[in-house]
Design a protein around this ligand. Structure first.
Ligand code: CTP
Length: 432
């Protein structure tokens, strides 16, 4: 049997405090717990009393081999239990997090061990909300979530789907795998800031000449940064569309990193299920034409413009305003006329002035050659190139990029998206 202590050396183990609150999604916390343990993380669990009605604390105790904290006064050996729990955490994840607990957190209420610990914790707090769709969309819940955003809480937002209450809509806790990925990115980002990666290797990514780490550098103070991210969605009719699989993760990581470094950031985002990064102004759009318009506004006075969006190449020329029906509308569906979308990067960069322009190039072959062509054709200052598809030559790691500029191409750099966002900004900041 593999135990957490066999996965990573003791001195490198990170501790995630997993808060479980009372809703049917509580059982999924077990999957999150196992996912984190498999990635070398030590997990301690704190539950609300209501959560114990859904999953017995014994389940978590068996999985973690640690005491499971429920009651403020349940550890006689530790008179200030919430403080010791809070101090141990490198990150506090509350998953699932009910609307009620979000309301208490937003109001600063600590009336049980979990909420008191949340008040005491200084590590990042990540919430994965779960609620009935009406409770989730209730303006009071939305107001509480916005307030928590502003206080620096991070979210893995709930997805849409069938809910245990029988309703369909937003409110289902995000997939455990997504939550684990997000937590790992947060932990790895924090490790980079402390000069260590999760394996205990001194971080080489994101250091400036003095060895100071990017995450603590405020070198974009006073700068305006515009980032495009995510896919665009081009309607065929009210229910069908043309789009792609872009998750928007890299663009969001770049926007978050730029804001951390002091920039005023506008993120023009296509439809994605990602949380707005702290301190970033997010403009949500759907189509390429809307993205061009929003990006154009932010581009005008930007110092740095980064085009990470996966813009759909084409759109239906005349979207139908009613749902097309099989049988009756087959001929119309078969004859959909497509027109090319505007090239947002090229359109804006062609008229660039003070802006430093960064584009992306995902290529299956001749990466440097194709990226260099894109650099010229789109009038960019730098292209972030990565190899995609079966013929990957560089790309042992999922996140591996090269910088292509007029002077040539850099060596490949690999890391998490959060780390690569910092490396990109390290490269660009001195050129602004
Ligand atoms: N881009 C854009 N608007 C478009 C298409 C692309 O702003 N309509 C931007 C992307 O955000 C990216 C860069 O252009 O920064 C390159 O995108 P990519 O899809 O790789 O290139 P294409 O121009 O579509 O060229 P090709 O399909 O030949 O690779």
């Amino acid at each position: 049997m593999t135990t957490t202590s066999e996965i990573a050396a003791p001195e490198t183990i990170k501790t995630v405090l997993l808060g479980v609150t009372g809703c049917i999604g509580a059982y999924k916390a077990c999957e999150i717990l196992r996912g984190l343990q498999k990635r070398g993380v030590r997990v301690k669990v704190v539950m609300t009393e209501h959560a114990t009605h859904f999953v017995d604390p014994l389940t978590f105790r068996s999985l973690t081999h640690e005491k499971v904290a429920v009651d403020l006064f349940d550890d006689p050996t530790d008179p200030i239990h919430h403080i010791s729990l809070a101090d141990e955490a490198d990150l506090f994840l509350i998953a699932p997090c009910t609307a009620n607990v979000m309301a208490k957190l937003a109001a600063g209420i600590g009336d049980d061990l979990l909420t008191t610990t949340a008040l005491a914790v200084t590590a990042p707090v990540v919430l994965a909300p779960a609620a009935n769709v009406h409770m989730y969309e209730n303006p009071i819940t939305q107001r509480n979530m916005n307030a928590l955003h502003d206080f620096g809480f991070k979210f893995v937002e709930a997805g849409e789907g069938y809910l245990a209450c029988g309703y369909q809509g937003r409110g289902r806790m995000a997939d455990p795998e997504l939550i684990v990925d997000y937590v790992m990115e947060q932990l790895e980002g924090a490790s980079t800031a402390k000069g260590q990666d999760l394996n205990g290797t001194p971080a080489v990514l994101g250091q400036d000449e003095d060895g100071a780490l990017s995450a603590s550098v405020r070198d974009l103070e006073g700068k305006k940064v515009m980032v495009t991210a995510g896919p665009t969605v081009e309607p065929i009719d009210p229910v069908r569309y043309i789009s792609n699989h872009s998750s928007g993760k890299f663009g969001y990581a770049i926007a978050a990193a730029a804001a951390e470094r002091g920039a005023e950031v506008t993120l023009v985002s296509g439809p994605v299920s990602l949380d707005a990064p702290a301190g970033v102004n997010v403009v949500r759009v759907t189509t390429a034409c809307e993205m061009l318009e929003a990006a154009g506004k932010a581009f005008a006075d930007a110092d740095l413009a980064i085009f990470a969006a996966a813009v759909a190449d084409v759109r239906p020329a005349n979207p139908f305003n009613r749902k097309m029906k099989k049988g009756t509308d087959d001929a119309a569906l078969a004859a959909i006329e497509l027109v090319e979308n505007p090239d947002i990067l090229k359109t804006l960069a062609t008229a660039k002035d003070q802006q430093f322009v960064v584009g992306f190039a995902a290529e299956t072959d001749h990466v440097v050659e194709n990226a260099t062509k894109k650099l010229k054709r789109k009038n960019a200052n730098l292209i972030v190139a990565n190899q995609v598809g079966g013929g990957r030559a560089f790309g042992q790691n999922d996140n591996e990029i090269m910088f292509v500029e007029a002077g040539g191409a850099s060596e490949p750099v690999s890391g998490t998206k959060a780390q690569l966002a910092q490396v990109l900004l390290d490269r660009v900041a001195p050129q602004l």
